[in-house]
Write a new protein. Structure first.
Lengths: 311, 247
């Protein structure tokens, strides 16, 4: 059995999602070939997650799904792959369904966990239910959910090859990348501190940011906060914003409307701080504090400082 | 400009989630169905705005489903689409939807195909990319802004840490997310006009049968919430460290 893993390896270090995807592919068994693009270095370390080989298309950018689809399909054919693993993120969403359509292969978007036979689990109804999807095609395309499995580290080294075949001209070009602040990218973040209308105004965000920095967390916000331009749009988590599944989600002054929960209910541990004891978010929480954000936050910050001093 | 918009029908956001027939089917009994919000609020409205700005062209909606989707289709017409197509089929997988849409759209010369970033029931976000592949068009997922100047589209999307601005020659497929347009409420004139606008029902073409949902389950129940008094709020950080072990 041969498995292809298509991963986005941009960034200063190998993204977690890429390592997760290679780990998943090797857990399925068989020979694993990772396929990527761009100028990432240190790709041989993907051997630690189980890749025997990494094929990299150096001149290709992330945005053109057609070039990347051809890359994946060409290598899948050459390697006789029966399984193609992708990540269910912005890059994967532009490639995995295309690969499936081209190969007439069954695609499962947002796979959770290992299969039972040829049946895979995925979230549906914004996390309110799970579907078991049976794939009957000879080739299977699986887009795995980021942050849903532990990364393997077996210390191996993968052989790195450069892809030489023609992928055609890019039809999508990046004209501009407008940076909006630094910090930890939300979809990658393991810890997230999020705040909502309860903060009363953008000028009150300093303690939220301070707590996030002390914990090594990313900051996020609710929809009204992004809509009122208190915070940038890319920080908006929820059904219409970014859907995340961090290990820890701390929600401050967010009531927990069903649309907000849809984007965060897959978080492993949820803490809710709200002055309204009837806030619906408490029903979805693991830990709750009924209290005023401006009184609770300083106490959390003090405790986080104390914890950091002990560590 | 000739634009095709994919409209899907989904259970209302707040609908109860239950399953029938030994958990093999969604139980739609007593549930209100709506137009998938991403299709309606962003894809359709932006298509109408682009047509209005160009001063000419057409906006056609396409839905794959049975006669029970007619209310969804009429709502699209009431908001302002010129005409609608319904492919008469009961798809069991995203690839089937994409194949049926592509079979219809092929050779019709659409400059733009717009679809919501995902449906709020299946959450797959696959149909747009699949249609693009089958029609040999570029595809941009998760777009928050779309402009067309002549034969070039400029698309923006939120990426971690910023906004990416992309340029693509028409024709292309775009997955629309929040920010692309503001929701339009149909007015009485639109609702009246929708009754007489063309709704073409076309038969299904052959599709692949490669994946299907065989069972649904509800997620594992969440344990009870542990409340911490506000005056001891710092205890939360300790619990997250020693009990939940996430920090």
């Amino acid at each position: 059995m041969s498995t292809i893993v298509f991963i986005d390896t941009r960034g200063e270090k190998l993204p977690k999602a890429a390592q997760e995807a290679v780990t998943y592919a090797s857990q399925l068994g068989g020979n694993v070939t990772a396929v990527t693009f761009g100028d990432a270095q240190g790709l041989e370390s993907l051997g630690a997650q189980g890749a025997a080989k990494v094929i990299v298309a150096r001149g290709v950018k992330a945005v053109d799904g057609q070039q990347l689809t051809k890359l994946v399909c060409d290598i899948a054919q050459k390697e006789n792959a029966t399984t193609i693993v992708c990540v269910n993120d912005a890059t994967g969403k532009a490639v995995a369904p295309r690969v499936a359509a081209r190969l007439k292969a069954g695609h499962v978007a947002g796979v959770l966990g290992l299969p039972e036979g040829d049946t895979f689990k995925r979230n549906v109804f914004s996390g309110k239910a799970r579907a078991h999807v049976q794939v009957s095609s000879a080739v299977k395309v699986l887009s795995i959910t980021p942050n849903s499995l532990a990364i393997a580290n077996n210390g191996g080294t993968a052989a790195v090859e450069e892809h030489t075949g023609d992928l055609g001209a890019a039809r999508i070009t990046v004209k501009e990348l407008r940076k909006a602040g630094s910090g930890i990218p939300l979809p990658e973040a393991e810890l997230v501190v999020s705040a909502g209308r309860g903060m009363k105004g953008p000028e009150h965000w300093a303690p939220v940011e301070e707590l996030a920095t002390l914990l090594g967390a990313a900051t996020a916000c609710s929809r009204p906060v992004a809509d009122m331009h208190w915070r940038p749009h890319h920080e908006h988590v929820g059904q219409t914003g970014v859907a995340i599944r961090p290990n820890l989600y701390i929600a401050i002054g967010i009531s927990g409307a069903i649309q907000h929960l849809a984007g965060v209910n897959q978080s492993k541990v949820i803490c809710v701080i709200n002055k309204d004891p009837e806030a619906p978010f408490f029903k979805a929480a693991d830990y709750g504090i009924v209290g005023d954000a401006f009184e609770v936050l300083p106490r959390l910050i003090d405790a986080a400082k104390k914890l950091n001093a002990e560590r | 400009m000739k634009i095709l918009v994919l409209l899907s029908q989904v259970p209302d956001t707040t609908a109860r989630i239950a399953f029938a027939n030994d958990n093999t089917q969604y139980d739609g009994n007593g549930v209100t169905f709506i137009v998938n919000p991403y299709d309606e609020w962003y894809a359709l409205v932006r298509a109408l705005e682009l047509k209005e700005a160009a001063g000419s062209g057409s906006v056609t909606t396409i839905t794959v489903g049975g006669a029970d989707t007619d209310a969804t289709i009429r709502k699209g017409l009431a908001i302002g689409a010129d005409d609608a197509v319904r492919v008469d089929a009961q798809p069991t997988d995203a690839l089937q939807v994409a194949e049926l849409v592509a079979a219809y759209a092929k050779d019709k010369g659409y400059d733009l195909v717009l679809v919501g970033k995902e449906t709020i029931d299946h959450n797959g976000g696959q149909v747009g990319a699949m249609v693009a592949e089958l029609l040999d068009m570029p595809f941009v997922p998760l777009a928050s802004k779309l402009d067309v100047n002549g034969t070039t589209a400029t698309v923006e999307r939120d990426v971690p840490g910023g906004v990416e601005v992309l340029e693509v020659a028409l024709p292309l497929v775009v997955g629309a997310s929040k920010g692309m347009a503001e929701q339009r409420i149909p007015n009485m004139r639109g609702i009246m006009a929708a009754r007489t606008k063309p709704l073409n029902v076309v038969p299904a073409t052959a599709v692949a049968d490669v994946a299907k949902t065989v069972k649904f389950e509800l997620p594992p129940a969440k344990g009870a919430v542990k409340m911490i008094p506000a005056e001891d709020a710092g205890q939360l950080i300790e619990l997250l460290h020693t009990e939940a072990k996430v920090i």
